[in-house]
Structures are given as structure tokens and as C-alpha cells.
Design a binder for this molecule. Structure first.
Ligand code: HEC
Ligand code: HEC
Length: 275
């Protein structure tokens, strides 16, 4: 009786055993980025050459334009490449000072399973085009930066975790999932108002003076900016607005704050977040 039952169930038992072994291997692979810190990795993603990111403060020899070595310049702040906030980002070859996200730079389906191997191949520093640079060359990523950026890609919060993007609309339409707008307003008061003021106009934002006269509301009305804003409020932007200064936000808190800002920015009649 027992014997015949065993025969009957043996194939099932063997498949179960194999499943467990395989699942074990997979989670080991996914955990290979354990040594990295996803939040430090967010700085690396922005610009690994900066001291804030653990870099030397200098571009590697041969690099003329920093955008050609910044992960975000080809993969987008959201790691969605041409299917994210950078869908209309212009760059090489039309513009030679920066690259352009190309089809292979949407990493959405790879996040969670990325290993450090990506850094071992690619173009030389002095060849500035849309192709992946080789970050193991002199002046490339340190071991720690490599672990951190892999942790960022696999585990760091990204806007795609809490929003769907419609890139056919201009500006890109972000729809936040399960957002709590009142919580967002309360968090804005707690984490942002001290520097940006209730209306969002207190800090000069942008590359050109006068680019965003109404501060944050103007910034977020531009194309694809929620991807950038999400990244910067979670990971930090510069020495003043670090992750810590902006309240160590988690994914849901960042989502709620951006939803609050969006409720104002989407109303063309408003010129400040306090209206
Ligand atoms: C100048 C553009 C450019 C920059 C800068 C760039 N990439 Fe890429 N990356 C690409 C392109 C194009 C591909 C797809 C084709 C390929 O795999 O080479 C790619 C592929 C990848 C892949 C998937 C392929 C793999 O081997 O796993 C990862 C991961 C990746 N990049 C990470 C990064 C990180 C991290 C940085 C910054 C440290 C970065 N990339 C900077 C253009 C770029
Ligand atoms: C400690 C002060 C401080 C706090 C707190 C702070 N910021 Fe900032 N923020 C700044 C400064 C300074 C800049 C200007 C950076 C620059 O020079 O481009 C900035 C820039 C920005 C930018 C634009 C980045 C760019 O590329 O121009 C956004 C968006 C932003 N902050 C949103 C927020 C939000 C939302 C919060 C709350 C979660 C917040 N900030 C909290 C100081 C702060």
C-alpha cells in the first residue's frame, strides 16, 4: 500500500524537490547585490563621477561631456529608457553634447535580476555615442559603486513601482496608483515646505535663471519631470537636498507628495502649490 503510493507520488515529489532547488538558486542570484546600498546607488545612477556618489569629482580621461557616462542619460531617471520620462529626450546624433535613450535602454524587464556583469563590456570613454560605456575602464565605477548601482537597479524605488506612464501624451501622463493626496499635502508641509515654501517658489530651480519663475509647479509641468522629481526627492539632488534632508522618503510617501503637487500642476489656473 505504502509502496504503491510512493510510486504514484514519486514524480510529484521529484518535481517539488527540483522546484525548491531552482527557486533557491534564483534567489541566490537575485541576492548577489547584497553588498550594495540602493540609496547610494541612486547617486551613482545620477552621476557616478560626483563626490556625493563616491566618485573622484573628475571625469575619466577622454570623456568630454558628462552625460555620456551618466546612467540616467541613456536609461532615464525611471530606468524605462525611451518608454519613460525621456521619450522625447533629444541627443546624439542630432545633439552631440549628450546621448539619447535607445530601444535597449528600457531595463523594466531586467530589474531585480541584474548582475555586475554589465560593467565589463562596452565602448571606450572617448567614443561618445548612444552605446553603453565600459565602466571597468580606468576612471570607471569603483567596486562599491558597482555594488550600489546594481542594488539601485534591483531594489531601489522607481516611479514605475507606483505609477503608470502614458508616453503618447505630451507631457508624459503619470497616473499614480492608490495615492493618498491628503497624506501628500501633510508630507509636503513636513518635508519640503521648510526649503521650498508653501507655494513651492522659494528655491531657484532649473539650469537657466528664470526658467521656472513659479518654482516647483513649473518644474513638474514640463515633459517627463515626475520621473526626475521622484528620483531626486528619494535619493537626493545635491549637498543641500539630500535624501536625509528631504525626509528619507519611501516609495509610497514620494508617490503621495507628487500626487499632491500634480493636483495643483494639472490646473493651468494655478501659479503656486498653495492655491
Ligand atoms: C551612452 C548611453 C548609456 C549609458 C551612459 C549607460 N548605458 Fe547601460 N545600456 C546602454 C545601451 C544602449 C544598452 C543596451 C544594449 C547593450 O546591452 O549594450 C544598455 C544596457 C544596460 C544594461 C542591460 C544589459 C546587461 O548587460 O545587463 C544594464 C544593466 C545597464 N545598461 C546599466 C547601466 C548603468 C548602471 C549605467 C551607469 C553606470 C549605464 N548603463 C549607462 C546605454 C547606456
Ligand atoms: C534642505 C532643503 C530642501 C528640502 C527639505 C527639499 N528641497 Fe528640493 N531642493 C532644494 C534645493 C536647494 C534645490 C535646488 C537644486 C538645484 O540647484 O538645482 C532643490 C531642488 C528640487 C527640485 C528640482 C531639481 C532640479 O533638477 O532642478 C525638486 C523637484 C525638489 N527640490 C522637490 C522637493 C520636494 C518635493 C521636497 C520634499 C520632499 C524637497 N524638494 C525638499 C532644497 C530642498
Amino acid at each position: 500500500m505504502i509502496k504503491s503510493n510512493f510510486k504514484k507520488f514519486a514524480p510529484i515529489l521529484i518535481s517539488l524537490f527540483l522546484l525548491v532547488v531552482l527557486a533557491g538558486c534564483e534567489s541566490l542570484g537575485a541576492r548577489s547585490d547584497k553588498a550594495g546600498d540602493p540609496y547610494r546607488g541612486g547617486w551613482v545612477w545620477n552621476n557616478y563621477t560626483k563626490e556625493l556618489a563616491g566618485g573622484s569629482g573628475e571625469l575619466p580621461e577622454g570623456v568630454e561631456h558628462n552625460d555620456y557616462v551618466r546612467c540616467k542619460a541613456c536609461h532615464g531617471w525611471d530606468a524605462k529608457g525611451p518608454n519613460g520620462g525621456y521619450v522625447r529626450r533629444s541627443g546624439f546624433p542630432d545633439k552631440t553634447s549628450r546621448p539619447k535613450p535607445t530601444e535597449g535602454t528600457d531595463l523594466t524587464n531586467k530589474l531585480g535580476n541584474i548582475t555586475a556583469n554589465f560593467a565589463k563590456r562596452g565602448r571606450d570613454w572617448s567614443t561618445e555615442n548612444n552605446e553603453m560605456p565600459n565602466y571597468s575602464h580606468k576612471g570607471g565605477l569603483t567596486k562599491q559603486q558597482l555594488a550600489d548601482v546594481v542594488a539601485f537597479m534591483n531594489r531601489g524605488p522607481k516611479i514605475g513601482d507606483v505609477a503608470t506612464l502614458d508616453i503618447t501624451q505630451k507631457p508624459v501622463k503619470y497616473t499614480f496608483i492608490n495615492a493618498d493626496i491628503d497624506n501628500g499635502q501633510a508630507l509636503y508641509t513636513k518635508s519640503c515646505k521648510g526649503c521650498h515654501a508653501a507655494d513651492g517658489k522659494n528655491v531657484t530651480i532649473g539650469h537657466e535663471p528664470g526658467e521656472n519663475p513659479n518654482g516647483l509647479i513649473d518644474f513638474f509641468r514640463k515633459d517627463g519631470k515626475y520621473s526626475e522629481g521622484f528620483h531626486k526627492i528619494i535619493y537626493g539632488e545635491n549637498k543641500k537636498m539630500t535624501r536625509e534632508a528631504a525626509g528619507n522618503l519611501n516609495t509610497e510617501q514620494a508617490r503621495d507628495i507628487l500626487t499632491f503637487i500634480q493636483s495643483k500642476a494639472d490646473d493651468p489656473g494655478k501659479t503656486g502649490l498653495d492655491q
